[in-house]
Ligand binder design. Structure first.
Ligand code: ADP
Ligand code: MG
Length: 474
């Protein structure tokens, strides 16, 4: 699995020169982030952290990840429409997890009122790592699927150009020409544009629902620009703005300051800290509206860790995707072992197994955004404390995936240049649009490779742990 530049990894002068070129190339290409100190102003910006070199990825596994993406799109969409499945699967979780419970209550309320929305837009990212089996053969294993606010599709559309430049500077022009083109920002925008068109009101706008703290704005701007290029108006609003100026008319059309909204694209709203009472009210207003939500609340719930664990039970995929045996097989092939900690015999057994052998597992709460999972000794301690309490049902257990590390340099503003042992996580963006019962778009829209030093068990790019990367297929 080695990349063809092992020879230069320890050549310090060459690496230093390439790093300087890389940083300037990143700034030129727009691989940008606002600073931690001034997250809401663009006067001074940084480059987003990235690897100096592309990472070697087995081409067969890369292709496998692309090949299963349309299946995952269908699966997420099917779950979102299956009230009984969501109700049954999340029943134990919502007893102990207040955040999931609140989302679920909005879901039920909207269904009881009757859905005003008839066009559905899904943008997700299915993330994988390359598990090294006993014989050293890597296998594609899904970490999770993100069904809300899946980010970095914009910036990653620009990283291949940076890595291409670095390889050339290092005398690897042939390898540079092998880097794959990748443009998720365009693919995501095509989905949003399709949903906007099907909504059917020329004057309506697309609303990006954004955070209070907007460090990653350039990633969003990449998608936004693609929409402006298609003459679709984009506005950026926070929950707070929706609470203050949002309204529905008799037909449940959504208006912001008198402007009709066709599509709401959430880049916020996936963790409890995004919500106060007013924000929950704003979320409810949006969900009740006719506007196309990306995602609607049912699709957000389809992306919970608890749903992921339930999908791995024998027979569940077959029930959700009847008559699609091949899709089911492709999906199942990517699953790692996932285990319920629900109250009962099965949960008792798994809790005991994980306490006895914590390094085999990851303990995951129903949270997104990185930094929430528990590993090793901490996993053991927490599980021991809650093993006899219903609280344990707010977690799931997953087999720990162990990829083969590779040496790379992680470039971060104000950090020293040093070689690190790294592992990578590949994400594939999926986009689909459904009008009523008809799927009108179902695509894989590009990829994201994120790489981190092995000493960090957890955490994404936004959390300051992983960095952007480009796959080099081997
Ligand atoms: P989040 O919703 O917080 O992103 P993830 O399930 O993606 O939750 O986990 C966060 C990070 O933890 C991943 O990016 C990965 O680095 C690590 N991780 C998650 N699951 C596993 C696993 N089964 N084995 C090894 N590492 C994992
Ligand atoms: Mg994740």
């Amino acid at each position: 699995m080695a990349a063809p530049w092992e020879d230069i990894l320890r050549n310090q002068p060459a690496i230093r020169e390439a790093a300087a070129v890389a940083v300037d190339a990143a700034l030129l290409e727009g691989v940008l982030m606002r600073t931690e100190g001034e997250p809401n102003a663009s006067d001074v910006v940084n480059y987003a952290p990235f690897t100096l070199l592309p990472s070697a990825i087995p081409s067969a596994l890369f292709e496998q990840a692309y090949a299963v993406q349309q299946d995952f799109n269908l699966l997420v969409d099917a779950i979102s429409q299956n009230k009984e499945f969501l109700e049954h699967t999340l029943a134990s979780t919502i007893k102990v997890d207040d955040f999931t419970a609140r989302l679920f209550r909005i879901h039920m309320q909207v269904l009881e009122e009757g859905l005003a929305q008839s066009v559905f837009l899904g943008i997700n990212r299915s993330d994988y790592m390359f598990d090294c089996g006993a014989d050293g053969t890597p296998a594609l294993k899904q970490i999770e699927i993100n069904t809300i606010a899946a980010s970095f599709g914009g910036l990653t559309s620009r990283t291949a150009a940076v890595h291409g430049r670095v390889l050339k500077v290092l005398g690897k022009s042939k390898e540079a020409s092998c880097l794959l083109p990748n443009n998720p920002s365009k693919g995501l925008a095509l989905g949003i544009a399709k949903a906007w068109e099907l909504y059917g009101s020329q004057n309506a706008v697309v609303m990006f629902l954004v955070e209070e703290v907007q460090r990653n704005i350039f990633d969003q701007r990449c998608v936004e620009n693609e929409l402006w290029n298609r003459n679709i108006r984009v506005i950026r609003k926070r929950f707070r703005d929706v609470f203050e100026t949002g309204s529905l008319d008799d037909a449940k059309r959504l208006y912001m300051d008198g402007q009709e909204v066709a599509v709401v694209y959430y880049r916020e709203g996936y963790v409890p800290k995004n919500y106060d009472q007013q924000n929950w009210e704003a979320r409810l207003l949006l969900e009740r509206s006719r506007a196309v939500k990306c995602p609607d609340i049912a699709t957000q719930l389809a992306g919970t860790k608890k749903v992921q664990q339930e999908l791995s039970r024998p027979g569940t995929l077959e029930r959700l995707l009847p008559g699609r045996a091949e899709a089911v097989a492709r999906i199942r092939a990517t699953f790692a072992g996932l285990y319920s900690l629900d109250v009962g015999e099965e949960g008792d057994r798994m809790a005991a197994t994980a306490i006895a052998d914590p390094d085999r597992f990851v303990l995951k709460p129903q949270r997104e955004g990185g930094g929430n999972n528990l590993y090793g000794e901490e996993l053991r301690q927490v599980l021991e404390k809650i093993r006899d309490s219903p609280e344990r049902t707010s977690y799931i257990l997953m087999d720990k995936i162990t990829p083969q590390p590779a040496v790379n340099y992680l470039l971060r503003a104000h950090s020293p240049l040093q070689a690190s042992e790294c592992i990578s996580e590949l994400g594939i963006f999926g986009v689909y649009v459904r009008q009523g019962a008809e799927m009108v778009m179902n695509k894989a829209a590009g990829h994201l490779l994120r790489t981190k030093a092995i000493e960090h068990a957890d955490g994404g790019v936004a959390a300051g742990v992983a960095v952007l990367d480009t796959p080099y297929l081997v």
